[in-house]
Design a protein. Structure first.
Length: 106
């Protein structure tokens, strides 16, 4: 199961890409497997704009030291989002720098 790095919602596979069922964020299915680095393309859709980011193999996200539950790597990119009500803590979404596995902590 994959989770959206923007809103934390579940993503479903549609053809050769994954699409968030909440916000519509899209990414190539190959972006998390590490295959085809440098040719991956992420498209984030919003109601009034399209933002296209071409991935050159290095993500433009901050990194932190945390252990990946899948491969044991000790470095991950992270995104902090308020996915629940304002009186609840933020959700931290991690993306492993080695295997691309995505997980979240509340």
């Amino acid at each position: 199961m994959r989770f959206c790095p923007i809103c934390g919602g579940m993503m479903k596979k549609q053809g050769n890409k994954y699409v968030c069922i909440n916000c519509g964020y899209e990414e190539d299915a190959s972006i998390r497997t590490g295959s085809d680095k440098g040719k991956s393309r992420i498209v984030m859709r919003a109601t009034d704009r399209d933002l296209v980011i071409v991935d050159s193999g290095e993500k433009m996200l901050p990194k932190t030291e945390v252990k990946c539950p899948k491969c044991g790597n000790r470095e991950a990119y992270y995104i902090v989002r308020q996915t629940r009500s304002a009186d609840e803590p933020e959700t931290v979404i991690y993306i492993c720098t080695k295997c691309g596995y995505t997980w979240r902590e509340y």
